[in-house]
Design a protein around this ligand. Sequence first.
Ligand code: ATP
Ligand code: MG
Length: 329
Amino acid sequence: MNQERVLTADRVTGKLHLGHYVGTLKNRTQLQYKYDTFIMLADVQALTTHFHQPGLIRTHLREIALDYLAAGIDPERATIFVQSMIPEIAELTQFYSMFVTVNSLRHNPTIKSEAQSGGGEEMYYGFLGYPVSQAADITFCKATIIPVGEDQLPLIELTRKVVRRFNELYRPVLTLPRALVGDTPRLVGTDGSAKMSKSLGNAILLDSSREELELKMRKAVTDPSRVRKGDPGHPDICPVYAYHCCFREEGVEEIGEECRKGVIGCAECKRRAVEAIAQLLEPMAERRAHYAARPKEVDDLLMSGTSRAREIARETMLEVREAMGLDYF
Ligand code: ATP
Ligand code: MG
Protein backbone atom coordinates (compact mmCIF):
# COMPACT_ATOMS: atom_id res chain seq x y z
CA MET A 1 0.00 0.00 0.00
CA ASN A 2 1.13 3.52 -0.84
CA GLN A 3 2.43 5.51 2.12
CA GLU A 4 0.16 8.46 1.46
CA ARG A 5 -2.90 9.00 3.57
CA VAL A 6 -6.35 10.12 2.47
CA LEU A 7 -8.59 12.09 4.79
CA THR A 8 -12.16 13.20 4.18
CA ALA A 9 -15.06 14.11 6.36
CA ASP A 10 -18.73 14.87 6.43
CA ARG A 11 -20.48 17.20 8.76
CA VAL A 12 -22.83 15.24 10.97
CA THR A 13 -25.79 17.42 10.04
CA GLY A 14 -27.87 14.97 8.03
CA LYS A 15 -27.80 11.83 5.96
CA LEU A 16 -25.62 11.75 2.87
CA HIS A 17 -27.00 12.45 -0.59
CA LEU A 18 -26.16 12.04 -4.25
CA GLY A 19 -24.00 15.20 -4.18
CA HIS A 20 -21.74 13.59 -1.60
CA TYR A 21 -21.57 10.45 -3.66
CA VAL A 22 -20.40 12.04 -6.89
CA GLY A 23 -18.39 14.79 -5.19
CA THR A 24 -16.32 12.66 -2.85
CA LEU A 25 -17.76 9.37 -1.66
CA LYS A 26 -17.29 7.53 -4.93
CA ASN A 27 -13.66 8.63 -4.98
CA ARG A 28 -13.19 7.39 -1.42
CA THR A 29 -14.49 3.93 -2.26
CA GLN A 30 -11.78 3.67 -4.93
CA LEU A 31 -8.96 5.35 -3.00
CA GLN A 32 -9.37 3.00 -0.05
CA TYR A 33 -7.75 0.22 -2.11
CA LYS A 34 -4.67 2.34 -2.82
CA TYR A 35 -4.10 4.51 0.24
CA ASP A 36 -4.52 4.45 3.97
CA THR A 37 -7.95 6.06 4.08
CA PHE A 38 -9.29 8.05 7.02
CA ILE A 39 -12.92 9.13 7.10
CA MET A 40 -14.01 11.49 9.81
CA LEU A 41 -17.48 12.04 11.19
CA ALA A 42 -17.24 15.80 11.70
CA ASP A 43 -19.47 16.25 14.72
CA VAL A 44 -17.57 19.27 16.08
CA GLN A 45 -17.85 20.98 12.73
CA ALA A 46 -21.56 20.17 12.75
CA LEU A 47 -21.81 22.03 16.05
CA THR A 48 -20.65 25.24 14.35
CA THR A 49 -24.12 25.53 12.82
CA HIS A 50 -26.14 23.01 14.84
CA PHE A 51 -24.93 23.62 18.42
CA HIS A 52 -28.53 24.04 19.51
CA GLN A 53 -29.46 20.58 18.17
CA PRO A 54 -27.01 18.11 19.73
CA GLY A 55 -29.68 15.39 19.52
CA LEU A 56 -29.72 15.65 15.76
CA ILE A 57 -25.95 15.19 15.59
CA ARG A 58 -26.18 12.17 17.84
CA THR A 59 -28.82 10.51 15.65
CA HIS A 60 -27.04 11.25 12.41
CA LEU A 61 -23.67 9.91 13.49
CA ARG A 62 -24.69 6.29 13.01
CA GLU A 63 -26.82 7.09 9.97
CA ILE A 64 -23.82 8.55 8.17
CA ALA A 65 -21.67 5.59 9.19
CA LEU A 66 -24.33 3.42 7.53
CA ASP A 67 -24.22 5.66 4.45
CA TYR A 68 -20.47 5.01 4.19
CA LEU A 69 -20.83 1.29 4.51
CA ALA A 70 -23.76 1.25 2.10
CA ALA A 71 -21.78 3.23 -0.48
CA GLY A 72 -18.99 0.64 -0.36
CA ILE A 73 -16.54 1.90 2.23
CA ASP A 74 -14.82 -1.22 3.51
CA PRO A 75 -14.26 -1.05 7.27
CA GLU A 76 -11.33 -3.46 6.92
CA ARG A 77 -9.54 -0.88 4.81
CA ALA A 78 -10.80 2.52 5.84
CA THR A 79 -10.51 4.02 9.31
CA ILE A 80 -13.79 5.69 10.25
CA PHE A 81 -13.57 7.87 13.35
CA VAL A 82 -15.35 10.55 15.37
CA GLN A 83 -13.87 14.06 15.39
CA SER A 84 -14.86 15.08 18.94
CA MET A 85 -13.15 11.99 20.34
CA ILE A 86 -9.74 13.18 19.13
CA PRO A 87 -8.90 15.99 21.59
CA GLU A 88 -5.59 16.58 19.82
CA ILE A 89 -7.58 18.10 16.94
CA ALA A 90 -8.88 20.78 19.32
CA GLU A 91 -5.38 21.33 20.65
CA LEU A 92 -3.93 21.77 17.17
CA THR A 93 -6.79 24.09 16.24
CA GLN A 94 -5.84 26.36 19.09
CA PHE A 95 -2.17 26.41 18.17
CA TYR A 96 -2.88 27.13 14.49
CA SER A 97 -5.38 29.85 15.36
CA MET A 98 -2.50 31.96 16.66
CA PHE A 99 -1.18 32.56 13.18
CA VAL A 100 -4.34 32.61 11.04
CA THR A 101 -5.73 36.11 10.57
CA VAL A 102 -9.40 36.91 11.07
CA ASN A 103 -9.44 38.62 7.69
CA SER A 104 -8.24 35.52 5.87
CA LEU A 105 -11.19 33.66 7.41
CA ARG A 106 -13.75 36.38 6.77
CA HIS A 107 -12.75 36.64 3.14
CA ASN A 108 -12.56 32.92 2.51
CA PRO A 109 -15.03 32.22 -0.35
CA THR A 110 -16.45 29.09 1.31
CA ILE A 111 -17.09 30.86 4.59
CA LYS A 112 -18.64 33.79 2.74
CA SER A 113 -21.07 31.71 0.74
CA GLU A 114 -22.02 29.46 3.67
CA ALA A 115 -22.59 32.50 5.87
CA GLN A 116 -24.91 33.94 3.23
CA SER A 117 -26.93 30.76 2.79
CA GLY A 118 -27.18 30.58 6.58
CA GLY A 119 -29.40 33.67 6.46
CA GLY A 120 -26.75 36.28 7.22
CA GLU A 121 -27.23 36.06 10.99
CA GLU A 122 -24.47 37.11 13.30
CA MET A 123 -21.39 35.01 12.77
CA TYR A 124 -20.16 32.82 15.59
CA TYR A 125 -16.51 32.54 16.57
CA GLY A 126 -16.55 28.76 16.13
CA PHE A 127 -18.09 29.01 12.68
CA LEU A 128 -15.60 31.63 11.51
CA GLY A 129 -12.79 29.45 12.80
CA TYR A 130 -13.91 26.11 11.40
CA PRO A 131 -11.41 26.24 8.53
CA VAL A 132 -8.65 26.27 11.18
CA SER A 133 -10.21 23.23 12.78
CA GLN A 134 -10.33 21.64 9.35
CA ALA A 135 -6.59 22.29 8.97
CA ALA A 136 -6.16 20.38 12.25
CA ASP A 137 -8.35 17.51 10.96
CA ILE A 138 -6.16 17.14 7.92
CA THR A 139 -2.78 17.59 9.56
CA PHE A 140 -3.14 15.54 12.72
CA CYS A 141 -2.87 12.41 10.60
CA LYS A 142 -0.57 13.98 7.98
CA ALA A 143 -3.07 13.34 5.21
CA THR A 144 -1.94 14.35 1.74
CA ILE A 145 -4.96 13.49 -0.43
CA ILE A 146 -8.27 15.14 0.37
CA PRO A 147 -11.23 14.02 -1.79
CA VAL A 148 -13.75 16.86 -1.66
CA GLY A 149 -16.43 18.66 -3.62
CA GLU A 150 -15.54 21.93 -5.28
CA ASP A 151 -17.05 24.04 -2.49
CA GLN A 152 -14.19 22.91 -0.26
CA LEU A 153 -11.28 24.06 -2.43
CA PRO A 154 -10.72 27.44 -0.70
CA LEU A 155 -10.57 25.60 2.63
CA ILE A 156 -7.92 23.18 1.43
CA GLU A 157 -5.96 26.20 0.20
CA LEU A 158 -6.19 27.63 3.71
CA THR A 159 -4.89 24.38 5.19
CA ARG A 160 -1.96 24.51 2.80
CA LYS A 161 -1.16 28.00 4.07
CA VAL A 162 -1.32 26.81 7.67
CA VAL A 163 1.05 23.94 6.90
CA ARG A 164 3.56 26.17 5.13
CA ARG A 165 3.41 28.75 7.90
CA PHE A 166 3.80 26.21 10.69
CA ASN A 167 6.70 24.50 8.97
CA GLU A 168 8.49 27.76 8.38
CA LEU A 169 7.81 29.19 11.85
CA TYR A 170 8.82 26.09 13.77
CA ARG A 171 10.07 22.96 12.07
CA PRO A 172 8.87 21.01 8.99
CA VAL A 173 6.63 18.58 10.82
CA LEU A 174 3.41 18.92 8.84
CA THR A 175 2.72 17.54 5.37
CA LEU A 176 1.17 19.53 2.56
CA PRO A 177 -2.22 18.18 1.42
CA ARG A 178 -3.84 18.43 -2.00
CA ALA A 179 -7.52 18.36 -2.93
CA LEU A 180 -8.94 15.70 -5.19
CA VAL A 181 -12.27 16.71 -6.71
CA GLY A 182 -14.69 14.00 -7.93
CA ASP A 183 -16.21 13.53 -11.41
CA THR A 184 -18.91 16.04 -10.55
CA PRO A 185 -17.39 18.88 -8.56
CA ARG A 186 -20.80 20.28 -7.62
CA LEU A 187 -24.09 18.46 -8.14
CA VAL A 188 -27.14 20.72 -8.48
CA GLY A 189 -30.05 20.46 -6.07
CA THR A 190 -33.54 19.31 -7.04
CA ASP A 191 -34.68 22.93 -6.60
CA GLY A 192 -32.21 24.02 -9.26
CA SER A 193 -29.87 25.75 -6.80
CA ALA A 194 -26.19 25.39 -7.51
CA LYS A 195 -25.41 22.83 -4.83
CA MET A 196 -27.34 19.85 -3.57
CA SER A 197 -26.91 20.29 0.16
CA LYS A 198 -28.14 18.75 3.37
CA SER A 199 -28.93 22.15 4.80
CA LEU A 200 -30.92 23.39 1.80
CA GLY A 201 -33.44 20.53 1.73
CA ASN A 202 -32.86 19.96 -1.99
CA ALA A 203 -31.14 16.61 -1.76
CA ILE A 204 -31.85 13.06 -2.88
CA LEU A 205 -30.63 10.95 0.01
CA LEU A 206 -28.59 7.81 -0.52
CA ASP A 207 -31.04 5.87 1.62
CA SER A 208 -34.11 7.00 -0.35
CA SER A 209 -36.72 4.34 -0.98
CA ARG A 210 -38.02 3.98 -4.51
CA GLU A 211 -41.12 5.98 -3.51
CA GLU A 212 -39.05 8.78 -1.97
CA LEU A 213 -36.86 8.91 -5.05
CA GLU A 214 -39.90 9.17 -7.32
CA LEU A 215 -41.43 11.88 -5.18
CA LYS A 216 -38.24 13.95 -5.09
CA MET A 217 -37.89 13.62 -8.82
CA ARG A 218 -41.52 14.55 -9.43
CA LYS A 219 -40.97 17.74 -7.48
CA ALA A 220 -37.62 18.53 -9.10
CA VAL A 221 -37.56 21.71 -11.14
CA THR A 222 -36.76 21.47 -14.85
CA ASP A 223 -36.23 24.01 -17.61
CA PRO A 224 -38.74 26.72 -16.58
CA SER A 225 -39.30 27.87 -20.19
CA ARG A 226 -40.76 24.46 -21.07
CA VAL A 227 -44.49 24.50 -20.49
CA ARG A 228 -45.77 21.75 -22.77
CA LYS A 229 -44.19 18.50 -23.84
CA GLY A 230 -43.62 19.69 -27.44
CA ASP A 231 -41.74 22.84 -26.37
CA PRO A 232 -38.02 22.66 -27.09
CA GLY A 233 -36.07 22.20 -23.84
CA HIS A 234 -32.68 23.40 -22.63
CA PRO A 235 -31.04 20.41 -20.96
CA ASP A 236 -27.98 22.42 -19.98
CA ILE A 237 -29.94 24.36 -17.39
CA CYS A 238 -32.07 21.42 -16.21
CA PRO A 239 -31.14 19.63 -12.94
CA VAL A 240 -32.76 16.41 -14.15
CA TYR A 241 -30.47 16.38 -17.17
CA ALA A 242 -27.53 16.91 -14.81
CA TYR A 243 -28.64 13.74 -13.00
CA HIS A 244 -28.71 11.84 -16.30
CA CYS A 245 -25.16 13.00 -16.94
CA CYS A 246 -23.98 11.71 -13.57
CA PHE A 247 -25.93 8.53 -13.11
CA ARG A 248 -26.66 7.18 -16.56
CA GLU A 249 -24.13 4.85 -18.14
CA GLU A 250 -25.31 5.39 -21.71
CA GLY A 251 -27.83 7.31 -23.79
CA VAL A 252 -27.19 10.68 -22.15
CA GLU A 253 -26.67 12.48 -25.45
CA GLU A 254 -29.89 11.02 -26.87
CA ILE A 255 -31.93 12.23 -23.92
CA GLY A 256 -30.46 15.72 -24.37
CA GLU A 257 -31.34 15.67 -28.07
CA GLU A 258 -34.89 14.44 -27.47
CA CYS A 259 -35.38 17.21 -24.90
CA ARG A 260 -34.05 19.89 -27.25
CA LYS A 261 -36.40 18.71 -30.00
CA GLY A 262 -39.35 18.51 -27.66
CA VAL A 263 -39.76 14.78 -28.37
CA ILE A 264 -39.49 13.67 -24.76
CA GLY A 265 -41.48 15.39 -21.99
CA CYS A 266 -40.20 16.19 -18.52
CA ALA A 267 -42.27 13.41 -16.93
CA GLU A 268 -40.70 10.73 -19.15
CA CYS A 269 -37.24 12.24 -18.68
CA LYS A 270 -37.71 12.11 -14.90
CA ARG A 271 -38.94 8.52 -15.09
CA ARG A 272 -35.73 7.53 -16.85
CA ALA A 273 -33.65 9.48 -14.32
CA VAL A 274 -35.35 7.54 -11.52
CA GLU A 275 -34.38 4.29 -13.24
CA ALA A 276 -30.74 5.34 -13.56
CA ILE A 277 -30.44 6.50 -9.96
CA ALA A 278 -32.24 3.43 -8.64
CA GLN A 279 -29.52 1.27 -10.19
CA LEU A 280 -27.01 3.00 -7.96
CA LEU A 281 -29.15 3.06 -4.83
CA GLU A 282 -30.51 -0.48 -4.84
CA PRO A 283 -27.23 -2.28 -4.08
CA MET A 284 -26.57 0.38 -1.44
CA ALA A 285 -29.88 -0.43 0.22
CA GLU A 286 -28.84 -4.08 0.51
CA ARG A 287 -25.52 -3.26 2.15
CA ARG A 288 -27.21 -0.76 4.45
CA ALA A 289 -29.73 -3.35 5.59
CA HIS A 290 -26.88 -5.75 6.38
CA TYR A 291 -25.17 -3.28 8.72
CA ALA A 292 -28.36 -1.73 10.08
CA ALA A 293 -29.20 -5.16 11.45
CA ARG A 294 -25.81 -5.25 13.25
CA PRO A 295 -25.58 -2.01 15.27
CA LYS A 296 -22.98 -3.43 17.65
CA GLU A 297 -20.68 -4.22 14.75
CA VAL A 298 -21.03 -0.65 13.50
CA ASP A 299 -20.30 0.82 16.95
CA ASP A 300 -17.27 -1.45 17.32
CA LEU A 301 -15.81 -0.36 14.04
CA LEU A 302 -16.32 3.32 14.93
CA MET A 303 -14.61 2.76 18.26
CA SER A 304 -11.65 0.90 16.83
CA GLY A 305 -11.28 3.47 14.01
CA THR A 306 -11.33 6.24 16.59
CA SER A 307 -8.68 4.62 18.75
CA ARG A 308 -6.39 4.09 15.75
CA ALA A 309 -6.82 7.77 14.78
CA ARG A 310 -6.16 8.80 18.38
CA GLU A 311 -2.85 6.96 18.49
CA ILE A 312 -1.68 8.77 15.38
CA ALA A 313 -2.90 12.09 16.80
CA ARG A 314 -0.83 11.55 19.96
CA GLU A 315 2.31 10.94 17.91
CA THR A 316 1.77 14.06 15.81
CA MET A 317 1.10 16.11 18.93
CA LEU A 318 4.44 15.12 20.42
CA GLU A 319 6.21 16.27 17.27
CA VAL A 320 4.23 19.52 17.16
CA ARG A 321 4.97 20.35 20.79
CA GLU A 322 8.61 19.58 20.27
CA ALA A 323 8.76 21.74 17.13
CA MET A 324 7.10 24.61 19.00
CA GLY A 325 9.35 24.22 22.04
CA LEU A 326 6.45 23.27 24.27
CA ASP A 327 7.88 19.90 25.33
CA TYR A 328 9.05 21.06 28.74
CA PHE A 329 9.62 17.93 30.76
P1 ATP B 1 -24.02 21.09 5.00
O1 ATP B 1 -25.03 21.83 4.19
O2 ATP B 1 -24.48 20.68 6.35
O3 ATP B 1 -22.67 21.77 4.99
P2 ATP B 1 -23.23 19.48 2.78
O4 ATP B 1 -24.31 18.86 1.97
O5 ATP B 1 -22.50 20.70 2.28
O6 ATP B 1 -23.84 19.73 4.22
P3 ATP B 1 -20.78 18.47 3.89
O7 ATP B 1 -20.80 17.50 5.01
O8 ATP B 1 -20.50 19.91 4.20
O9 ATP B 1 -22.19 18.37 3.10
O10 ATP B 1 -19.79 18.00 2.76
C1 ATP B 1 -19.13 16.75 2.75
C2 ATP B 1 -18.38 16.57 1.46
O11 ATP B 1 -19.30 16.38 0.38
C3 ATP B 1 -17.51 17.78 1.05
O12 ATP B 1 -16.34 17.28 0.45
C4 ATP B 1 -18.35 18.47 0.02
O13 ATP B 1 -17.58 19.21 -0.88
C5 ATP B 1 -19.05 17.30 -0.66
N1 ATP B 1 -20.32 17.71 -1.24
C6 ATP B 1 -21.42 18.08 -0.56
N2 ATP B 1 -22.42 18.43 -1.40
C7 ATP B 1 -21.94 18.28 -2.65
C8 ATP B 1 -22.49 18.47 -3.98
N3 ATP B 1 -23.73 18.90 -4.15
N4 ATP B 1 -21.72 18.19 -5.05
C9 ATP B 1 -20.44 17.75 -4.88
N5 ATP B 1 -19.86 17.54 -3.67
C10 ATP B 1 -20.58 17.81 -2.57
MG1 MG C 1 -21.07 21.79 3.65
